[in-house]
Ligand binder design. Structure first.
Ligand SMILES: NC(=O)c1ccc[n+]([C@@H]2O[C@H](COP(=O)([O-])OP(=O)(O)OC[C@H]3O[C@@H](n4cnc5c(N)ncnc54)[C@H](OP(=O)(O)O)[C@@H]3O)[C@@H](O)[C@H]2O)c1
Length: 310
């Protein structure tokens, strides 16, 4: 099969589109014929070796841990999934990913794919929607009527966070740039701040929120100013490492690390099929373009959620 892989850590140029052995399903695993694989910002850190102390990859490595596809082989001790099933998964980050024609997946990571979204585009759901859900409801414990500020509402995690928070009855304020602000408003944000026109802290001067979810890389002093927008005893949740060492005024300091959870993913799929959660894809590209996408990531060019098609 064809796959994109890297044989050593380094710059985007280490990514090569090449022939690779088709994976086989071991016990507890399935093989998927990949329909789509989504790119995440952390893919660039994994490729560079920057996070190898946490995720020491077996090389060569196939990137992209968000995947949608059709089950083509079922290993021993797998129940509930059969050849031909359309599924989505957040694959183990330190295992082989989905930038290939076929990918191996633990059966415990699988959920049936949404029926209302094209299969390839469903790859834009798993890790980002799960991280948004876990940040809001496991970490913050968001409840109806609370005020929530989402910094980075225009990104992939932010888009799901705005929708999930709004449908839970929270009053949502979100930042978004010109390319995203109308979409973020349509997702249920009561107020959208265009951070390219007015800096967030200036736009909400004098206000505080029951909770703030930060999804944007910020220097420590600026991150502290965003955390200071939380009301006394509220919650500051942040997905971008390293986060803050401490917060003041009884504000809970929550560093979020999303995790694969097939049960929660099935609930998110049900919301998609009920028309209550929109899946946004910025663009679709052939998987052979992955190196170019990583070059954009390295240059911090915002490109929207990219789904790769094998
Ligand atoms: N800890 C975890 O488990 C976990 C899980 C997932 C993601 N993350 C991290 O969370 C962050 C967000 O992830 P993502 O997948 O949502 O990324 P993404 O889709 O690439 O989001 C980037 C978007 O954020 C917006 N943005 C950029 N600079 C901004 C600023 N200064 N103020 C407000 N918005 C700004 C831009 O959107 P617009 O200009 O269009 O508004 C940009 O397109 C990343 O750092 C990612 O690595 C962590």
């Amino acid at each position: 099969m064809k796959a994109v892989r890297f044989h050593s850590y380094g710059e985007p140029g280490v990514l090569v589109h090449e022939d690779a052995d088709r994976p086989r399903a071991g016990a507890g695993q399935v093989v998927l014929r990949v329909a789509g694989a989504a790119v995440n910002p952390v893919d660039a850190m994994l490729r560079s070796g920057m996070v190898r102390e946490v995720f020491d990859l077996a090389l060569p490595h196939v990137p992209c841990y968000d995947v949608a596809g059709v089950v083509s082989e079922v290993g021993e001790q797998v129940s509930g999934f059969a050849v031909g099933d359309e599924v989505v998964a957040w694959l183990p980050i330190d295992g082989p990913g989905g930038a290939a024609e076929y990918a191996v997946a633990p059966a415990t990571a699988l959920a049936a794919a949404p029926r209302t979204v094209e299969l390839a585009e469903a790859a834009a759901l798993p890790s980002v929607a799960l991280t948004a859900w876990q940040a809001l409801f496991e970490h913050i414990g968001l409840t109806s009527g609370q005020s929530l500020l989402i910094n980075g509402g225009g990104g992939a995690v932010g888009g799901y966070a705005v929708q999930l928070a709004a449908r839970s009855g929270a009053r949502v304020t979100a930042t978004a740039g010109p390319a995203s602000r109308e979409r973020v408003r349509s997702y249920g944000a009561g107020r959208v701040i265009d951070y390219t026109e007015t800096p967030l802290v200036q736009a909400v001067a004098g206000e505080r929120f029951d909770a703030v979810l930060n999804l944007v890389f910020l220097p420590p002093q600026e991150l502290a100013r965003v955390a200071d927008l939380v009301a006394d005893g509220g919650a500051f949740a942040n997905t971008v490492p390293p986060g803050l060492e401490r917060t003041e005024r009884g504000v809970r300091n929550l560093q979020v690390f999303g995790r694969s959870d097939a049960g929660q993913l099935a609930e998110l799929v049900a919301l998609v099929d009920a028309g209550e959660l929109k899946v946004h894809v910025g663009r679709r590209l052939p998987v052979s373009e992955l190196r170019a996408v990583h070059e954009e990531l390295a240059a911090y060019q915002p490109v929207g959620k990219t789904v790769l098609i094998p």
